[in-house]
Design a protein around this ligand. Sequence first.
Ligand code: PLP
Length: 407
Amino acid sequence: MALDSAVIRRQFPFLQERKHPVYLDSAASAQKPDCVLQAMDTFTRTRYANVHRGLYALSEQATDLFEQSRNTVRTFLRARHADEIVFTKSTTEALNLIARSWGHATLRKGDAVALTILEHHSAIVPWLQLKEEKGIEIVWIGIDDQGNVQREELTRALGKGNVRLVSVTGLSNVLGVRPPVGEIAAEARRAGALVAVDAAQWIGHHPISVRELDCDFLAFSGHKPYGPTGIGALYAKRELLRSMPPFLGGGMMIREVHRNGFTPADAPQKFEAGTPPVTEAVGLKAALEWLEAIGWNDIESHEAHLMRVAFDTLRTIPGLRILGPKTPDGASGCVSFVVEGTHPHDLTDLLGQQGFCLRAGHHCAQPLHERLGIPASVRLSVALYNTEEEIRALGPAIARARSVLSK
Ligand SMILES: Cc1ncc(COP(=O)(O)O)c(C=O)c1O
């Protein structure tokens, strides 16, 4: 059965406002359905307590809920063990954790980390920081004009024998392309390198199985798959987490502390210093369960349809160039473009005045924009609550914006 977008839309309070904008910026952050807001509200109003500390029932129940959320993430990612899931505040923190903990402890001058040119800054800057600190090498893996990762460049880089980790996005937040992460992970493994997957965009659009991918690390944020901000997660293989040193020091991450030293707790607590985002974990659980209940077939077919409509609409606009994939089946979740004679910021500003929320800029992917030979682009991104009509209405809105700009 196809997804009934009226049923979906009724679940989003944002869309019940009499005059709500057309929200085409879900790649930045998705709107939240009632069930997520209610789960967080009920927890905060009636079940609230800190976790892992209290010996009273309320705290034990909060701890249970928090750990259930970890288990929901485990199931969602098809991980083997709940202790392979570390709660973080975001994808950004999860990717920094890899560099600050594993990278800092393991990498030496002359070791290399391979990054695709598609990566978001949060998968780039932590490694550039380590380059400054330790003299590691960064190897860039390019793309072709449609945004496909140049696999022969990866093979060549891995052949040098010093690549210790490959970091790859599961879905580009600019071009919407999906690199073949499973194949890349297999090739990296054969060359003795680990693989880190940035699933910030992937998580809300397609199913993930870390077991099938056999990746070493995978990071995502709660706010992209319809959950709250302030929470994210890092999946890492159990044996890796056990061998990695803590990232932050403080309460909760220790077994014992004495005046002359400490011993860390086991993973994942070893990486969760301080009070964790308990309410947000409750919201994240609700969001992931909501997505699973809708079902991936319906999610994927609805969004594939929206992407076809987006390509159809954009292609009819004179002077508009779609970046990356030539056809909608090559793009997922978002499509970016430039329009001859207009600056992306001016265009999105004028679209904003007409009630359309789109994003302009380099979308935290400046190396990718340099590769594309442009400073900035406009990005349209879709989610389950978007409709064909909303996207089609963008055509005339862009035409109106251009006529204002040409005056
Ligand atoms: C591909 C990708 N990676 C990482 C991030 C960073 O996510 P966050 O800001 O939630 O840490 C984003 C956010 O847009 C993203 O699109």
